[in-house]
Design a protein around this ligand. Structure first.
Ligand code: URA
Length: 261
């Protein structure tokens, strides 16, 4: 085959493949360009172009980056900054504020809920809406308050749009941060508030009906010894189903007993 024939055949083949315009002499991988564009902030100054982070592509990469960044945090302040810099969960893009924690970080009791709602998103604090008011009331019955002896956070730090339940992927993307959060607070008692938190933190497939009212050890790699943990119904559920308040009252009395033991 002559050079001219080769070129003709090549051009014919390219036209057949849909290539009908020539832009430059050498080929360019536009997929690489797309990735670079996604990585870089628009109009970024030279220094930030060089410091740009790689794009996280797979679920595994995202979860690993969360684990590394959470594990590297040695204080709550560092963890809060690491979470604020984390780009692995899309909920961050639609939320107004990140909701990290509230109450006494030196408390012996830590409560962990599901995710912020509209009020929490607006104010940047966990459990400040209607269900938060009920939660405060419930714990005041057994002499506990966030001002003195409770610390509160959520599995997910950003509000899911429309208060929908977080997906299992979103939960997995944020889980290393709340696990580290618990390790750093190191409470004597961890209380999982509602089904989502109980499922995510206990790793159990049992529902909240079975998990509530029971005390089990909570373990994670950064803890030198297991923590006592239990689960209670979510106050939003109690607002919808006031008939379940009787069980919750029993759970609160058990918690009080466990603390005094
Ligand atoms: N529900 C939660 O689980 N967490 C909050 O912070 C508010 C409502």
């Amino acid at each position: 085959m002559t050079k001219t024939n080769l070129s003709k055949d090549l051009i014919a083949w390219l036209i057949e493949a849909g290539v009908d315009e020539i832009h430059q002499d050498t080929p360019q991988n536009y997929y690489t360009l797309i990735e670079e564009t996604l990585t870089l902030p628009k109009c970024a100054p030279a220094a930030s172009l060089l410091a740009a982070k790689p794009v996280l592509r797979t679920t595994r990469e995202i979860e690993e980056s969360a684990q590394i960044s959470a594990k590297e945090s040695k204080t709550l302040e560092e963890l809060q900054s690491a979470l604020a810099a984390y780009e692995g969960c899309a909920l961050k893009k639609t939320a107004t504020n990140m909701v990290f924690g509230d109450g006494n970080p030196k408390a012996k009791i830590m409560l962990v809920g599901e995710a912020p709602g509209a009020d929490e998103d607006r104010l940047g604090k966990p459990f400040v809406g209607l269900s938060g008011q009920l939660l405060d009331k419930m714990f005041s019955f057994i002499g506990l308050s966030r001002a003195a002896n409770l610390y509160i956070s959520n599995v997910i730090p950003w509000r899911p749009p429309g208060n929908r339940q977080p997906t299992p992927q979103e939960t997995a993307q944020c889980l290393p941060f709340i696990q580290r959060h618990i390790e750093l607070v190191k409470p004597d008692l961890l209380i999982m508030v509602g089904a989502t938190a109980a499922k995510a933190l206990s790793g159990s497939n049992e529902g909240i009906m079975r998990l509530r009212g029971k005390f089990r050890p909570y373990e994670s790699p950064g803890l030198t010894s297991p923590i006592q943990s239990t689960a209670i119904f979510h106050p939003a559920y109690l607002l919808r189903s006031p008939g379940q308040k009787r069980e919750t009252w029993a759970d609160l009395l058990n918690i009080k007993r466990a603390l005094n033991a």
